[in-house]
Each structure stands twice: as structure tokens, then as C-alpha cells.
Design a protein around this ligand. Structure first.
Ligand code: TNX
Length: 523
């Protein structure tokens, strides 16, 4: 059976490559099995769309953008969406059949239908007479990993709701099902918390538009006040927009480190009581939330109450990375806490901090995610680890039978340079070309097959220190996010980089249509 499906996948692969040359849109991520037919389907105003209301609305949104009209539920030719738990498909899987008479999309769940719709959007092209032409095909498809994520840091630079929605559209198009929204950092607090108004009036703002490394002062600095935040209404709008596309939004509230913006508004939450200012350059800062002070926990729990009410996500991210311990070492309250809790060192105090907040999040019925530093001093039970500093954290967490999301900086940090051209706009230090993202193999990285069941998936990171504009964000995210999507979804065995590059080339018009300006430094 394995051999047959291998052969089938192989045949589909070759057929698709041939059709690519004939101008058929190439799919990213590559489906598990594809075979092309000789016929095609013409979608026009007389085509019926038979699907439940939410799914009809979603497809009609895209059809309206293309053709200026929407489909009704009656008509001769038919597009039929069927959810069928007995279809033999995995949870997010779908089967798509297109021939001259219509489109049949079958899935185990509505998630699968949404993925099939993304495939439809990549397949169709405008034909003569305001119609969409879809190539005849049989596709069977399902993801390799349940968790496929893309992260955006809005702390270092702020991005509008419109930009976030545009990004969410692209996540849907490439079957990425989690958006990790990094909402707070040293350089800005970006989410409205009604109980703490100074987070809006103070923590959301800093003295400089640009941020860079301290060494780059002063030429990158312009002395203009910079900032912004999302109101709770805007957050709800984004969450609903994503939910309609079956994308989960994971909020990240950073603690105990990367907290300078919050401290600037509420200095009593730091060990030295301030005064503090939101950071104007990037880096890791010594002033962090005070672990000895009970009001720190009260504040964070109040913040999390509002965050949890806004985000239906089962995962809540509490950061946990890069927390220097110098202030805690000099702080009597922190030392007192260590004594009373029988903690040996400041790493254990960080672990106490993370565990205490984790318990709070879990008591609200949610799951906790943290960066891999949450392993230090003892991992909070039930917490999922995002492993960014290499594989050791992942291996350690999986050994403790805890789930891991692979977010390695070498392969999946999109703030790194993507080419060696001297004209590249200034970026963070690393070098992560498209090929490196494409060739990443999370399972190989884990080393030990016994750990594989604990790897939920992979995620791309878009830190924004060097993203002063949305144009620059597009440039860094695309096309690398397409390689991420393929690694997260497609079987590892179908890897073929030159063939992937051809498909990227064929995706460019689609990106352009969505007003995305990708890097051209990849081929
Ligand atoms: C490390 S990765 C950070 C971020 C920076 C990034 C720059 C992680 C959990 N923390 O605060 O933006 O490096 O590449």
C-alpha cells in the first residue's frame, strides 16, 4: 500500500510539473497526491455553490474580488462542499475533484474545506467573459503537522490592523493555521488593557521612530515619538477575521523579561521601582518584572484575564525568553521569595514565576506556551515549548513528554538576511536564505524518533527590529513563508528545491494581487 501511494504521489508530481510548463498554477504547499485531468471547469454567474453559510460567504468573498459577483445556491453546474467524518480523511484533510461539470470538495471537517478552498484559489485564473477557469484535477491532501505557525512581533514596530488582516489572508492561502501575535516587548506594549490605562497612554510609546543597535546611533535615529496599540475592539476584529479563515490567534504577553515598556507605565512592578523608559534600541534589558513583588502577579493575572476574554485560543504564550537575573540578585524581596520557596538560584526563581503564571492560565482552562528558556530551573507541567535556540530545548522537553513547536533561529527566523547581496536592507545578523527554510527537517533535527510524537509542528518568526515599514515586512516574510508552509504541510519526501522555485515563481502574480512585495533576492 505504501508503495502504491508512493507511486501515485510520484505520478501526480510529474504530471503537475508538466502542467506547470503549460501554465497551470503551481500549488504551495504541494499536496500529498495530485493528478491532473484533461478537462477544466468554468466558474460563472450561473454556477451553484452548495455549502453551509459561513463557508459560502468565505468563498464568495474571494469570488467577488475576482469577478465582482457572488454565487447562489442554484444553478446547473455545481460547486459542492461536503463535510463527511466517514470520508477516511485525516482531521484537516480534503479531497478535491474538478471536472467540466463542477467541483466537489469533501473533507473530514470544515477545516479541511477551508484548506481545499485555499487550493481552489491557487488553481483558478481569470478566463474570457468574466469567469474563473479551474483545471480538472483529483487531489487528496492533508497536513504533516497539526501546528503550522507564523509569528509577528508588533512590539518593535507597530503594524496596522489592515496589515495584520492581509497577513492572515496569506496564512490562509498557504494553509498556516496559527498566527502568533507578539504583543508586548521592551519597545512597546500593543494591546489595550482596560484596567491599566497607562499601558495605553505611556507603555505604547517610545521616543524614537527607528530602532536599531546602540552602535548604529545616531544615524538610524530620528528623535520622533513612535508607537500605537490595538484597541480591544480591533483585537476582536482580528480574532474574528482569523477565525472565519480557521486560523487560531495566539497572543503573547512577555514575562518576566522584555518588560521595559510595561515598567515605564507601572514602575512599581520593577525591582528598583524606576523610573523606566520604553527602549529605543533593541537588545536584552536588565530591568524586568520583579519576582519578589506580589503586585507583579496581580498585574499579570489582571492582564491575562482581559487577554483570555479576547482570545479563544487554547494556547496563551507567556514569553519567558531572555530574562537577565541581575535585578533579582540585588532585590531583597526576590531573595526573600527564594528563601521562602526554597529556591536554590535565580533560574529556579524564573521557573517559580513561570509556573505560578502557568497555573493561573491553566486554571482558566487554557494551555501555556513559552520560549525554550522556560525549561531552565524546571519546566511548568503541561507547558508547550517553542524551541528557538537550537534543538536541545526541544529534545529536553520531548523527553519530559511535553509538546514542542520547532522555531529554530538558524532556519526559521525571517529577520535574518536572505541573500548575500550587499544591497540587502539592514537586517538582524543571521543568514537564512529561502533554501535553508525549505530544507529544514524538524524530525531529523529532533534526532530520536521516539520524540517525534511530541513535535506538534513548526513556526516562522518575524521579529521587527528592522521592519520600519510594511514593505520591509513583506520583503522579509515573502517568499520565505511559502517554504515554511511547505515544510509544515507537505510530506518531507516530496522535497525538490528547483521544482519549488518554479512554483514560487508561479505564485508571484497571486502575491502581487494581494499587494505583497516579496523579496526578489532568492533565485
Ligand atoms: C531573540 S527569539 C529574541 C527576540 C529578538 C530576536 C532577534 C526570542 C525568543 N527572543 O527578542 O527579537 O532574538 O533575532
Amino acid at each position: 500500500k505504501l508503495l502504491i501511494s508512493f507511486l501515485l504521489a510520484g505520478m501526480g508530481f510529474h504530471a503537475s510539473a508538466q502542467r506547470n510548463q503549460a501554465g497551470t498554477p503551481a500549488l504551495i504547499p504541494l499536496p500529498v497526491q495530485t493528478s491532473w485531468r484533461a478537462d477544466s471547469f468554468q466558474l460563472d454567474a450561473h454556477t451553484a455553490l452548495i455549502a453551509d453559510a459561513a463557508l459560502s460567504d468565505l468563498l464568495n468573498t474571494s469570488i467577488r474580488e475576482e469577478l465582482g459577483y457572488t454565487l447562489q445556491a442554484t444553478g446547473e453546474k455545481r460547486i459542492v462542499f461536503t463535510v463527511d467524518t466517514l470520508s477516511g480523511l485525516p482531521p484537516e484533510g480534503y479531497r478535491l475533484h474538478i471536472d467540466a461539470t463542477g467541483v466537489q470538495l469533501t473533507a473530514y471537517s470544515t477545516d479541511g474545506i477551508v484548506h481545499g478552498m485555499a487550493t481552489l484559489q491557487q488553481l483558478w485564473h481569470k478566463g474570457k467573459g468574466n469567469v474563473l477557469v479551474l483545471p480538472g484535477t483529483d487531489i487528496t491532501d492533508y497536513p504533516r503537522f497539526a501546528y503550522r505557525g507564523m509569528h509577528l512581533d508588533v512590539g518593535r514596530h507597530f503594524f496596522s490592523v489592515d496589515y495584520i488582516k492581509k497577513l492572515i489572508d496569506q496564512l490562509a492561502l498557504y494553509k498556516i493555521n496559527n498566527f502568533h501575535w507578539h504583543l508586548t516587548d521592551d519597545q512597546g506594549w500593543r494591546i489595550e488593557i482596560k484596567k491599566y490605562p497607562k499601558l495605553q497612554s505611556i507603555a505604547a510609546w517610545r521616543d524614537q521612530t527607528m530602532i536599531g543597535h546602540k552602535k548604529e546611533l545616531p544615524h538610524r535615529f530620528d528623535g520622533k515619538k513612535y508607537g500605537g496599540y490595538y484597541t480591544q475592539e480591533q483585537v476582536k476584529e482580528v480574532v474574528a477575521y482569523a477565525a472565519a479563515r480557521h486560523i487560531n490567534v495566539i497572543p503573547e504577553i512577555e514575562m518576566p523579561g522584555h518588560a521595559l515598556a510595561a515598567l515605564s507605565a507601572y514602575p512599581e512592578l520593577g525591582c528598583t521601582k524606576g523610573p523606566y523608559k520604553a527602549a529605543q534600541f533593541w537588545g536584552v534589558f536588565d530591568d524586568v518584572f520583579c519576582a519578589g513583588n506580589d503586585s507583579t502577579f496581580t498585574f499579570l493575572q489582571d492582564v491575562l484575564d482581559e487577554v483570555i476574554a479576547l482570545f479563544p485560543s487554547s494556547y496563551i504564550h507567556l514569553g519567558g525568553d531572555e530574562c537577565p537575573k541581575v535585578r533579582w540578585k540585588e532585590c531583597p524581596a526576590c531573595q526573600q521569595r527564594m528563601k521562602s520557596q526554597h529556591l536554590q538560584n535565580e533560574n529556579e526563581l524564573q521557573s517559580y514565576f513561570v509556573k505560578r503564571i502557568s497555573q493561573y492560565i491553566q486554571s482558566k482552562g487554557r494551555k501555556v506556551i513559552g520560549w525554550d528558556e522556560i525549561l531552565e530551573g524546571g519546566l511548568a507541567p503541561g507547558a508547550t515549548v517553542m524551541s528557538w535556540r537550537g534543538v536541545e530545548g526541544a529534545v529536553e522537553a520531548a523527553k519530559q513528554q511535553q509538546y514542542v513547536i520547532m522555531t529554530p533561529e538558524d532556519e526559521l527566523y525571517f529577520d535574518h538576511y536572505q541573500s548575500l547581496y550587499p544591497e540587502e536592507p539592514v537586517a538582524a545578523g543571521g543568514y537564512t536564505p529561502l533554501s535553508e527554510v525549505y530544507n529544514y527537517d524538524p524530525l531529523h533535527a529532533a534526532g530520536d524518533t521516539a520524540l517525534l510524537p511530541y513535535i506538534s509542528g513548526i513556526q516562522g518568526q518575524m521579529w521587527s527590529e528592522y521592519l520600519p515599514t510594511t514593505t520591509q515586512a513583506d520583503y522579509m516574510i515573502f517568499p520565505r513563508m511559502l517554504a515554511l508552509a511547505e515544510r509544515a504541510w507537505s510530506p518531507q519526501g516530496t522535497r525538490d528545491y528547483p521544482q519549488f522555485l518554479q512554483r514560487v515563481q508561479q505564485q508571484l502574480p497571486l502575491l502581487q494581487k494581494h499587494n505583497i512585495s516579496p523579496s526578489n533576492a532568492w533565485n
